[in-house]
Design a protein around this ligand. Structure first.
Ligand SMILES: Nc1ncnc2c1ncn2[C@@H]1O[C@H](COP(=O)(O)OP(=O)(O)OP(=O)(O)O)[C@@H](O)[C@H]1O
Ligand SMILES: [Mg+2]
Length: 430
């Protein structure tokens, strides 16, 4: 009698990849590709993670003894991925799970680890077979270049799937272009793209609401996976709005003030009613000295109104300044909707060329580095990148906020007209 040959086992998983016939896109197509480097750039909530979970699990099931990694940007997503993997894998194929190591061992000897691109110093493996890089657009290029990429080179058969919503035209987008169909396509790469609305699981009502309430380019990036063409992403056209002629204060000048915490800078930017920001002043003194300087600035600017960020220590200072008789408008920048309105007002002004700014290197750096993130709720949070300042950005946004009633905004772009001495048109006053 011939020895019994083990019959391949059939394993049922509760997953059917979606396919959008009209658009010719979907998870189903990605699963058929055998490229070494696969890149999926797709809209939010469109099934990127779901199809990557299916990929990593199917690879582990089909190849006994494989070592597979799921690498995510943050620990928060790490927990979600862990649960998604356990949900996908049928119980009978799991021999061990270790939540501390984030390891799932299968009965066929394959192992799946969940790691973080940021926190884990352990991004080294001698026997890596398959890697998923989830939300790769959020990663620093270094995590890919120093962590994952060299291991793939060392293991010629190893494969990788990078999935993400784009985050500006960064390294992930450049890599996605290598696999884009067309004459420049590199043979080992294959790239895929779809929009959120392409998925049959998309909530179309939610997408319609987002489209209405988000800046168009942000919507395009988040839900249509069309990356914003700008390094920082938030403010565009910044350098075109530099005013090279001296601008003077007028009777409606207001002064945007971002009050620094103990070790932070306080930034002040006066802006006249033509929406010309005059100059940037930063200081790091004690509050009594700062208050004196603010007072002096008010007089220098024709008793101009202060528009002050009241977050943290701000409120106490606002009250002091008011009791001293200064005209002060306070803005609660620690409220998310207020901060968003403030920044989006500035964004639109840059896009439409309806303000001018001084050629100040700190201001330009901060504006160009300023970034945003879309929270799981779909809300946008604006902030400076980790470890960087945004005091001049906030001061400018506050100054512009103070000018939101100025009639100038209905007139021509700030740069093209009335600088001091040029005899430009005059505009009505509030
Ligand atoms: N093939 C599928 N079968 C059943 N449900 C699916 C499928 N693909 C996606 N979904 C559902 O669509 C929703 C979004 O999926 P998923 O989390 O994979 O999207 P994502 O693009 O990774 O989202 P995010 O942008 O938030 O990371 C989930 O509720 C998921 O269960
Ligand atoms: Mg996801």
């Amino acid at each position: 009698m011939s020895p019994a040959v083990a019959k391949p086992r059939e394993i049922q998983v509760a997953y059917t990849p979606w396919w959008n016939e009209d658009r010719g896109v979907g998870q189903a197509l990605l699963h058929t590709s055998d490229a070494k480097f696969r890149l999926l750039m797709a809209g939010r909530q469109s099934g990127k993670t779901t199809c990557a979970v299916a990929e990593i699990c199917m690879d582990a099931l089909a190849h006994p003894g494989h070592t597979n990694w799921w690498v995510t940007e943050s620990l928060e997503i790490k927990a979600t991925a862990w649960n998604a993997l356990l949900d996908f894998l049928p119980k009978e194929v799991i021999s061990k799970t270790n939540q501390v190591e984030r390891l799932i061992r299968l009965t066929n000897g394959s192992e799946i680890y969940v790691k973080s691109a940021k926190g884990d110093k352990s991004l080294i493996s001698a026997s890596l077979d398959f890697v998923v890089c989830d939300e790769a657009g959020l990663w620093k290029e270094e995590a890919w270049e120093r962590g994952i990429s060299p291991m793939l080179v060392a293991r010629p058969h190893a494969r990788v799937l990078l999935v993400s919503t784009p985050r500006s035209r960064n390294w992930f987008w450049r890599m996605w272009n290598k696999g884009r169909p067309g004459p420049g396509k590199e043979p080992e790469y294959e790239s895929f793209h779809w929009k959120s609305e392409d998925s049959p699981y998309a909530d179309l009502g939610y997408l319609a609401e987002r489209r209405k309430n988000m800046p168009a380019d942000l919507y395009a990036e988040e839900f249509e996976a069309d990356p914003i063409d700008s390094a920082g992403g938030v403010f565009r056209n910044v350098r075109n709005c530099i005013g090279y002629r001296a601008a003077a204060p007028d009777a409606l000048t207001c002064i945007g003030v971002d009050l620094g915490q103990k070790h932070d800078f306080t930034a002040m930017i006066p802006m006249n009613s033509k929406r010309q920001a005059l100059f940037v002043e930063r200081m790091q003194d004690d509050y009594p000295i700062q208050k004196q300087r603010l007072g002096a600035m008010v007089f220098q600017m024709n008793f101009g109104r202060l528009v002050v960020d009241e977050a943290n220590i701000g409120l106490a200072i606002v009250q002091d300044l008011r009791s001293a008789g200064f005209p002060v408008e306070s803005v609660a920048t620690n409220s998310a909707p207020v901060k968003r309105a403030l920044i989006e007002n500035l964004r639109v002004a840059f896009q439409q060329n309806t303000l001018s700014i001084p050629d100040d290197p700190v201001l330009l750096d901060e504006l160009e580095a300023y970034s945003y993130e879309v929270l799981p709720s779909g809300q946008i949070r604006y902030s400076a990148p980790d470890g960087q300042h945004d005091d001049t950005v906030i001061a400018l946004a506050l100054a512009l906020w103070g000018q939101r009633g100025s009639l100038y905004q209905y007139a021509q772009p700030a740069r093209a007209t009335s600088y001091a001495g040029r005899g430009g048109p005059s505009y009505g006053r509030r």
